[in-house]
Design a protein around this ligand. Sequence first.
Ligand code: AMP
Ligand code: GLY
Length: 430
Amino acid sequence: MFLGLYNKGMKILLVGSGGREHALAWKMAQSPLCSKLYVAPGNPGIAQVAECVAIGVEEIDRLAQFAVSEKIEFVVVGPEAPLVAGLADRLREQNIPVFGPSAKAAQLEGSKGFMKDICRKYNIPTAAYERFSEIAPAHTFIDKLGAPIVVKADGLAAGKGVVVAETVEQAKDAVSDMLSGNAFGDAGASIVIEEFLDGEEISYFAICDGENLLTLSSAQDHKRAFDGDKGPNTGGMGAYSPARLMTPAMEAEVLEKILKPTVSAMKSEGCPFTGVFFAGLMVVNGVPKLLEYNVRFGDPECQTLMLRLKSDLVEMLFAAATGKLDTVKPEWSTNPSLCVVMAAKGYPGSYQKNTSIRNLDAAGKVSNAQIFHAGTALKNGEIVAVGGRVLGVSATGETVAAAREAAYKALGLIDWPEGFCRRDIAWRAL
Ligand code: AMP
Ligand code: GLY
C-alpha cells in the first residue's frame, strides 16, 4: 500500500504539550511508521516516549524552520492556536505533509460566527443565532429571545469566551463586557448570541483529508470543576469513551446531517478541511445539534480515544494529510476507557505552582491504567505541577465501572496534596 514508501519509518514532529499530546505521542511512538518522534515543546511524560524540542506552540516561524532543517517528513499539530495562526499553511508551502487544517479552514473553531454562518448556509442543525458588533441591537435581540440565552465571543478565548446567561440582565452584561473590549480583547470585538439548547453534550470525532471523511468515535467530557457538575466551567475534568447516548443510529445522523454537509461546505467555500473535526454536540430530545466545532482533538477526550484505538494512529493521520483516507479503516477496542483529570487546587482560577508530585511510577503500574502528563515539569529530578490541569489518570476496562475503578486506584497512589479531581467521572454512564 502507499505507506510502503515510508516503511523505513518517518521523522515526525508533533506540536503541543498537553495531556492530549502525551496521548497522541504515546500512540504515535508505537507505530512502525515512526522512526523518530519530536514533540515541541512536550512535557516530562512525553519525554519518556519522544524527544522534546524547546519551541513553543505559537512560535510558528521556529516550528517551520525546525521542520525544514531536521527534514521532518510529517507534522501533527495538537492545539488550535498554531492552526488558526497558519502553521499548516506554512508547512504545506514547504511540501511537508501536515495533519491539521489551513488557517482559513481553522476558522471553523477560530470564529464562531464563521462556523454559525456555514451551518445556516448549508442547513446544518445548530442553535438559532445572530451575530453582532454593536451593543444596542444585541440587547434588542436578547429582549426578543429571552433567557436562558448564550453569548459567545467570536474569536479564540481559551475556552472562556462563552457565557450561558440565566437572565436577560446577565446576557446584556456579557454583551457589554465583550463588545466594549474589556473581556477577551479582539476575540470579543464581534459576538454570537444564540438560543439555549437544553440537553446532554457529546464530543464526536472524525478526520478528513479534504474530501474523504473517516469517523472515529465519541466521548463525554465533564466541563464543570466539581462533582455533580457543580462549579465553574473548565477545559474538561474527565471523560469516558464511547459516550452513552451515541448509538449507531445517532452516529449515522451526525454523519449525514452534520459532518458530510460540513466537508462539502468547506470545499464549496474554497477551504477544504484536512484534520480532525471535533463536533461538540447537544442531544436535544434524541436529536443531535452542533454546538461548536473544534479543529483539534479534545482534551481529555483524546486520552480516552487513544486508549481504545487498536489501529496505527500514524497511518491514519498520514493518510488524512496526504489525501488517502479512503485506504484506512480504524479498529477500536470494544472496551470503554476513562480519564480523570487531576488539577491544581484553585483551577480554573489561580493556583499554586511548582508543588511536588510523587509516586507516579507506582500509579502507572496499576493494571490497565495509563498516566498522561499535562501541566508538569521536571525540576531537580522531581516532577512538579506547573499548570492548571496537570495529569490525566486514564484506564480501560471491560465495563465503564471497571475502567473507572482502575483509574481511581491509580489516582489513589499519586502523592500530590495540592491537587484535586472529580470523583464522579462517567456518572451518566453508570
Ligand atoms: P462552546 O465553546 O461553544 O462549546 O461552549 C462552551 C460550553 O457552553 C458548551 O460546552 C456548552 O456546555 C455551553 N453551550 C454553548 N452553547 C450552548 C447553547 N447554545 N446552549 C446551551 N449550552 C451551550
Ligand atoms: N474537553 C473539551 C475541549 O478540549 O475543548
